[in-house]
Write a new protein. Structure first.
Length: 128
């Protein structure tokens, strides 16, 4: 597996995207509305991304922002075999948020590992 992105919850993706674009001298690589969120990806030099998540309706990110405030929401790792990665997590006793891959932003398949099994870190597995 390799680093793919860090997901950052925010109430204003446009302003944060402008800040990170200037601060990190990095372009916006992709924007979309997905699952009740505005999602903006900024591409880093190593091929990883900052993913900015702004809620457009009630849902997971809106709830997270109400509970925790803005900040890092999850860390994503890329895999070439998402079903295999989920099988491996099960073998190791890791609690899964998603038992099976599901559609994610940018047309990717994703699944999340529950933070209670990963030292409080919400881990997203991504197959591109």
């Amino acid at each position: 597996m390799r680093f793919d992105h860090v997901g950052i919850a925010t109430r204003d993706a446009a302003t944060l995207a402008d800040l990170f674009a200037d601060l990190l001298d990095t372009p916006v690589a992709h924007e979309e509305t997905f699952d009740g969120m505005r999602v903006v990806f900024l591409e880093l030099d190593d091929g990883g991304y900052f993913e900015l998540l702004e809620p457009e309706s009630d849902g997971t990110i809106a709830d997270y922002l109400d509970r925790e405030g803005p900040g890092i929401h999850h860390v994503a790792l890329a895999t070439d075999d998402l079903p295999g990665a989920l099988d491996r997590a099960r073998e190791l006793g890791v609690d899964l948020v998603d038992e099976e891959p599901r559609p994610g932003a940018w047309g990717h398949e994703v699944a999340f590992l529950h933070p209670r099994s990963t030292a409080g870190v919400l881990v997203e597995l991504v197959e591109q």
